[in-house]
Write a protein that binds this ligand. Structure first.
Ligand code: ATP
Length: 508
């Protein structure tokens, strides 16, 4: 087993053991690619959502939020292009009967070449030591250059063929590269077919009267169809944004890697409406802004990178991903897309209604262009959870597992721990609990030795443990223990609220 697989397995089992994420319908042997958030997971997820909302809506006067319904008029998905083009190319292996995304098979092949390049770099780094110049090496080493060229050729062919919907050529490429089924090693493939990812259901009570509707595959369309209502009732002036968080559904062909790719997931999206012609300025602005948001959470900057799209979706004229170094390697966490006026124009066409904005400065009406930022809440959860998960060997040789989550996102901010279950310590601890839980999620625990209780709190990422001992009764002080440094400070009970609030702000 590779280290990466090992790390993902550890994360999945930690998420279950400590009440973050459970498999859906577990007692019925589960439902593929659907997950439930448990008592600690729901807090972390809610905190991530609130943190995003604060950065997007609360901190930007020109961005407002909405919460549109999951069910929408079915023609919306015709207008948006999802009925005709929201497809993934699928391919089956005839021997193993396993189904794959044809493009992902080729992308995994590309990732292997990239891994070879990285190995060359590592080797050279060891050989040359301090005098090693990575940039120069990447641009001059013959083996690296040959591999880079090979990668460029393969991606150009893959994305070119997908663009032209030349599925026979995608299959030919898989055969030429001799890509085998990762499970069986067989190269016996079916044709490549397009598969629509939308879930359909019936609305209405009788079969004859019922109409087919879709579970939304993205939250964005709920924003587009409400854009004019919001603009008018909110008296919004361009440029302005509309944000929304909510469930989206995709019948993913291959759903694996835990909560990275699910069939029911949550998105946090913001559509920013701008003047036609100014979209590239705002595209660059939001690309930079979103990266700043990620970095502000304090996870190492090396975990993030941009990936500019070569294959653009049917609605976009520029697109980039913010990729994160997940346990399975660098993968898309967030997308920033310049969606042009594609969606609003399409809704004008299908409804016959004008979706224009009158720009008082230019004295003209136009259909705005749109920049979208779209991040998966569950993927953000996985990114944070995996980067925060650490196994440490302490000075005394003992081991601890700690979630170094940003304090602002941690499920519980403080644990209130009476040292013993007697001498009035629980009563004093309860008073502190009652005081602090008005402002912070707190957990009260009096069972087991204090060391064990600290470990349990470390494992769920609680940044502060407050311990009540005999001195607390005498002089109204407690110790406050920092999760990351494990250092303890003695502080006055009356200052606790301010100390915790300040530490949360500092670590945000
Ligand atoms: P991918 O290429 O990984 O399928 P995508 O490019 O289709 O993703 P978008 O349509 O841009 O994704 O959706 C925006 C965001 O929604 C993604 O960056 C991702 O974080 C999240 N997302 C998309 N599909 C899923 C899924 N099946 N499960 C969890 N999150 C998802």
């Amino acid at each position: 087993m590779t280290n990466n697989e090992d790390k993902l397995k550890k994360i999945i089992s930690h998420a279950k053991e400590y009440g973050f994420v459970f498999q859906s319908s577990e007692i019925y042997d589960g439902l593929s690619a659907v997950y439930d958030y448990a008592q600690n997971g729901v807090e972390l997820k809610k905190n991530i959502r609130n943190h995003w909302w604060k950065a997007m809506v609360q901190m930007n006067e020109n961005i407002v939020g909405i919460d549109s319904a999951i069910f929408m008029h079915p023609t919306i998905w015709k207008a948006s292009g999802h009925v005709d083009a929201f497809n993934d190319p699928l391919i089956d292996n005839k021997d193993s009967k396993k189904r794959y995304r044809a493009d992902v098979l080729v992308e995994d092949y590309l990732a292997k070449i990239e891994a070879k390049i990285n190995k060359e770099v590592e080797k050279a780094e060891k050989r040359y030591g301090d005098s090693f110049n990575k940039e120069e090496f990447l641009n001059t080493n013959q083996r690296v250059l040959a591999n880079k060229e090979k990668m460029a050729e393969i991606s150009a062919r893959l994305y070119g063929s997908l663009e032209k919907n030349d599925l026979d050529d995608v299959k030919a490429l898989i055969e030429e590269l001799e890509i085998a089924c990762p499970l069986s090693g067989s190269k016996n493939w079916t044709e490549v077919k397009q598969f629509n990812l939308m879930f359909a259901t019936q609305m209405g009570s009788t079969a004859e009267g019922a109409s087919e509707i879709y579970l939304r595959p993205e939250t964005a369309q709920g924003i587009f169809v409400n854009y004019l209502n919001v603009q008018k009732t909110g008296r919004m002036k361009i440029p302005f944004g509309i944000a929304q968080t909510g469930k989206a559904f995709r019948n993913e062909i291959v759903a694996r890697q835990f909560i990275f790719r699910m069939r029911e997931f949550e998105q946090m999206e913001m559509q920013f409406f701008v003047r036609p012609g100014e979209e590239m300025k705002w595209y660059d602005y939001w690309k930079a802004e979103r990266m700043v948001w990620h970095l502000s959470l304090g996870m190492s900057a090396e975990n993030y990178r941009f990936h500019d799209h070569e294959k653009l979706a049917h609605y976009a004229n520029a697109a980039a991903d913010i990729e994160f170094n997940f346990p399975m390697g660098f993968k898309e966490l967030e997308g920033i897309h310049s969606r042009t006026d594609f969606d609003l124009k399409a809704h004008e066409k299908y409804t016959g209604k004008k979706l224009r904005y009158f720009d008082p400065e230019l004295n003209e009406s136009y259909v705005p262009y749109v920049i979208e930022t779209s991040i998966g809440l569950d993927r953000m959860f996985l990114a944070l959870f995996s980067a925060a998960y650490n196994e440490e060997t302490l000075e005394d040789g003992s081991e601890r597992v700690v979630l170094n989550l940003p304090a602002v996102l941690a499920p519980y901010k403080a644990a209130i721990l009476p040292l013993m279950k007697k001498d009035g310590l629980p009563e004093k601890a309860r008073e502190i609990m009652a005081e602090l839980q008005e402002d912070f999620m707190c957990q009260y625990e009096e069972k087991d030795a204090i060391g064990k209780r600290y470990r349990r709190q470390d494992a769920i990422g609680t940044p502060f443990c407050i311990t009540i001992d005999h001195d607390s009764i005498a002089d109204n002080t407690v110790t406050i223990r920092d999760r990351d440094t494990m250092k303890q400070e003695r502080v006055s009970i009356k200052d606790l609220r301010e100390i915790i609030a300040k530490k949360i702000r500092n670590k945000a």
